[in-house]
Every structure is written in C-alpha cells, then in structure tokens.
Design a protein around this ligand. Structure first.
Ligand SMILES: Nc1ncnc2c1ncn2[C@@H]1O[C@H](COP(=O)(O)OP(=O)(O)OP(=O)(O)O)[C@@H](O)[C@H]1O
Ligand SMILES: N[C@@H](CCO)C(=O)O
Length: 328
C-alpha cells in the first residue's frame, strides 16, 4: 500500500476547509502505486484523489504537472483535473508534504492487457503526444540517461545478491547505451508521460479512455515514451518467484506500435533508435526499482516492485538490433 505519510482527521478537516468541497464522507489509503501517498476521497461534491508528494517528485515541478493536465483536458484528452482551493491555488501543504486534490477518473486498469488493449493504448499515446504539441511547459527528464549511471553507482553493490551475475549484465547494457545515438537529442521531442504503465491507463472494455499519474512527465524523445510502453505492456508477466521467465509478446508489441503509428507515423530515425530506447527505459525502471528494493522507509505501507522483472527486460533488449524485432 503506497501510504508513506499518514493524514490525521484534524489535518484532513482543516485541509478540506480550504476548498469548496464539503467534508470528507470517505477517505482511505490506496493500495496501488509506489511513488506517492494516495488517498481516495469522497465528499458531497464528488470523488477525488488526494496525493501527497514523496521522494521523487520535486514540489517546484508541480505547477508544470498541473498546467500539463489542464492543457490535456482542454484538448479533450481525459486525465485527472487539479481541484483549486478557494484561493484559486491547486497546490498546498498537508502533513508537511506538498499535496493536491485531483478529480477521480472512471475506468479500469487492465491487469494483463490483451493485444486489442495494446493497440488502443498505442493510439492513445500518440493522441496524447499530438495533444501536448501545443503545451509550452518544459521540464528536463530527471530520470533520463544522465541519472542512470549515478543511480547505478548508488546501488550496484546490491545487484549480485538479487541475481548472481546481474552486475556484469547491467554494465554490458551501459556499454550499449553509451554507444547508442538514440540519446543524442536528434529524435523528435515533445512532452511525454514517461510512466504510462497499465496501472496508469484506464479502459472501458478494450478501449483506452484516459491516463493518470503524470508526475514523471517531461520534455524528451517521443519514441522514448513508446519504448516505456513496450516494456510495460508487451511483456508477459512471469511468476513472481522467477522474473527471468518474462517474455516479449510480439503480437502485443506489434499491436501497440501499429496503434501508435496509425495516429503518428514514426520517422526512420525513431525506428532505428527503438531497440536502444527500449534498453534505456528498461534501465530507468530497473534502477528505480533496485533503489526502492533496498531503501524503502521503515513504516511505509508500500509493496516495492521487483527489479528482476526489469533485469529480464534488459537482457532481452541488449540482444535486439532492429525495430522489426519488436513488431514494427
Ligand atoms: N485520478 C484518479 N482517478 C482514479 N483513480 C486514481 C486516480 N489517481 C490515482 N488513482 C488510483 O490510485 C493508484 C495509485 O496512483 P498513482 O499511480 O498515481 O500512484 P503512484 O504512487 O504515483 O504510482 P506509480 O507506482 O504508478 O508511479 C492508481 O493505480 C489508481 O488505482
Ligand atoms: N511504474 C514504475 C513506478 C514509477 O517509477 C514501476 O513500475 O517501476
């Protein structure tokens, strides 16, 4: 359960007094997620999510995230809307943490996405990229290539205890990443979600209906976002005790890419860069998971995610040479 910060009844009631939402009729911690503390909140005005920002979100970036969601929504792309207090501000402080209330988005996140959902997600991702074309906010990707080496140095000592030989495998991936042109800023750039995992996407049946959790959004290569999605949507989850059994599902991957290309065709340079972008984005999630695995704060109600699921993806991508191998 991702609740790092507990909210007392008194703190909640004085916090809500700053809004025009009425009193809490229901308020409970949310079982999913690893990054922030999230609470489900219901008042007579409706249903909301209250988020308290923890470890990786910088409070200075919150106006960017709020502006991005307002922009997307104005473009007709469904995502949670920040709720303003009586003073017109969306961002305030609760229990010593930056906090916002956003509207509740209807829909279900697929536990095991099928190929039709992958295609619809690909279309939705491309529509989101186009809708964000007119957003003028800028934010550097704080979890981009420059941060990976630093993160690895901070937790490399724990890798072999998780899986013998893992440290050498990761070093070999870094050799490939360092040699790749994919990260040299020559690809089409824009505003990307950067964490559009199945638990951050909502569906009605097989149709993608909206996205949440924009707190890693940044300005980066658009195709990097596609690579994040190939990693998180197109691998079959193995059983938790043997993450090395994860496999790339070619049908799901090719459906996702085809869905994306039906809205925004990829340029030749993006296709060429795809294997390295997949390797790089797998590295990002492997490293944040490895760091969390060893440093989750005592007392936090959170279920850290398994870094070995991303070690398996790293091993897969390191051998991939072409976008065709992913179904493009
Ligand atoms: N606006 C929303 N509408 C409906 N449900 C939401 C909303 N925001 C969050 N949730 C629910 O809360 C869960 C956790 O939220 P979120 O993914 O933002 O947390 P996180 O800690 O940032 O997670 P992650 O590990 O994906 O980065 C979601 O999986 C979803 O079930
Ligand atoms: N979606 C990420 C958590 C956000 O950093 C993961 O599954 O590792």
């Amino acid at each position: 359960m991702a609740v790092y910060t507990q909210v007392s009844d008194e703190a909640l009631s004085s916090f809500l007094a700053e809004y025009d939402l009425g009193e809490a009729l229901a308020f409970k911690g949310i079982a999913e997620g690893v990054e922030n503390s999230n609470y489900y909140l219901e008042t007579r005005k409706g249903r909301y999510i209250l988020t308290l920002f923890e470890k990786r979100v910088n409070a200075a970036d919150l106006p960017y995230f709020i502006g991005l969601k307002q922009h997307l929504s104005a473009q007709g792309f469904p995502c949670p809307q920040p709720v303003m207090g009586r003073d017109g501000e969306a961002l305030r402080t609760l229990e010593g943490r930056p906090a916002v209330i956003v509207t509740f988005l209807e829909g279900l996140s697929p536990k095991r996405p099928n190929a039709r959902q992958c295609r619809s997600l690909g279309e939705g991702l491309a529509r989101m990229h186009l809708a964000l074309g007119g957003f003028d906010g800028r934010r550097e990707n704080a979890l981009g290539p420059a941060s990976w080496r630093r993160m690895w140095e901070g937790c490399a000592g724990n890798a072999d205890a998780l899986q013998p030989g893992l440290s050498n495998e990761v070093d070999a991936c870094f050799v490939r990443i360092n040699a790749a042109r994919a990260f040299s800023d020559h690809l089409p750039r824009g505003t990307i979600h950067a964490d559009l995992f199945p638990d951050n996407a909502f569906f009605l049946g097989d149709t993608f209906t909206g996205a949440i959790d924009f707190y890693f959004a940044c300005t980066d290569a658009l195709a990097y976002d596609l690579a994040v999605c190939l990693n998180s949507w197109a691998f079959e989850e193995g059983n938790a005790t043997d993450a090395s059994r994860l496999e790339y599902n070619f049908s799901k991957g090719s459906a996702l890419i085809a869905g994306y290309q039906s809205v925004r065709p990829l340029e030749a340079a993006e296709l060429e860069a795809l294997p390295a972008l997949c390797l790089g984005s797998a590295m990002r999630f492997f490293l944040t998971r490895l760091a969390d695995w060893t440093s989750t704060p005592a007392g936090a109600l959170v279920r850290p995610k398994n870094p070995l699921e991303y070690a398996a993806r790293l091993a897969f991508h390191r051998k991939m040479e072409t976008a065709e191998g992913y179904g493009a």
